[in-house]
Every structure is written in structure tokens, then in C-alpha cells.
Design a protein around this ligand. Structure first.
Ligand SMILES: [Zn+2]
Ligand SMILES: [Zn+2]
Length: 145
């Protein structure tokens, strides 16, 4: 009895079903909020939007959204995921979520991103192999004479 329960619980977790965020259909959830059919549609839309931005570097989000029949929030999501970016001279800008500086892709400006990566790097930094370092220094010293 007990072991059967265990197995059921395990499968319940694996076969979790959710409603697709796009079409509302029930599907076996893996790691995407949308069903496989909509995910495929979205990939096609993404390629279309990317090509459109490439051909129309000056286009704003509203124009891209209307011309490609994609919601503005979808486009913004792609930008935050850094899958899409707008040209340097584009009118489209976003505010860095940390310092508010205007950026064109992602969620943070390069400066904040660098700082955050540095902080993360410090947390998870693994000591470099000492042997490598020693060899480096001695080689440099020899070179300097
Ligand atoms: Zn769907
Ligand atoms: Zn910033």
C-alpha cells in the first residue's frame, strides 16, 4: 500500500498538467508555460519578429507588434530574455531594473550586469589551481630578468 502511494506521488510530479498560457489547452507541463504547439508557433513568431527588426532597424515595439501580430508584452519578454535587441539608433529603450539607465536589451545595463556577475563570481569563486599561478609568476619574473 505504502509503496504504491509513493509511485503515484512520483508520477504525479512528472506528469503535471497545466493550462497553456496561450491557448488554454491542458498539456503535460515540462518547463514551458505554453503547450508544445504554441511553443512552436512562438518560435516561428520569434524568427519573424527578429527578421522584421533586422529589416526595419528603426521600428518601435508598437510597430513590430502590429506588423507581426505579436503582443507587445511578448516582444518585451524576448528583449528581457536577451533574445531580441534593437539597433543603437532605435527609439526603443528600456530602463535598467537596477539603476534606471536606458538600455536596449536584457534587464540590466552592462555596468550593473558586470557588478552583479562580479558579486556572483565572488560567491561561487573557486580557487584557481595554485600550480598554474606559480608557473605564471615565475615565467613573468624570468622574462623581466
Ligand atoms: Zn497552447
Ligand atoms: Zn544599471
Amino acid at each position: 500500500m505504502l509503496s504504491k502511494k509513493k509511485i503515484n506521488a512520483k508520477w504525479g510530479k512528472i506528469m503535471e498538467t497545466r493550462n497553456c498560457r496561450m491557448c488554454g489547452k491542458l498539456f503535460n507541463y515540462i518547463n514551458s508555460p505554453v503547450c508544445p504547439a504554441c511553443a512552436k508557433d512562438m518560435e516561428e513568431k520569434f524568427d519573424q519578429v527578429k527578421a522584421y527588426i533586422y529589416d526595419h532597424p528603426g521600428a518601435g515595439i508598437k510597430e513590430v507588434s502590429e506588423e507581426n501580430d505579436v503582443s507587445q508584452s511578448m516582444i518585451k519578454r524576448w528583449i528581457k530574455e536577451e533574445r531580441l535587441s534593437f539597433a543603437e539608433d532605435s527609439q526603443v529603450t528600456f530602463a535598467c531594473e537596477k539603476c534606471g539607465k536606458s538600455i536596449r536589451t536584457g534587464r540590466f545595463c552592462p555596468e550593473c550586469k558586470g557588478k552583479m556577475q562580479h558579486e556572483l563570481g565572488g560567491l561561487y569563486h573557486k580557487e584557481e589551481p595554485k600550480r598554474e599561478r606559480k608557473r605564471d609568476t615565475s615565467a613573468k619574473m624570468r622574462f623581466l630578468g
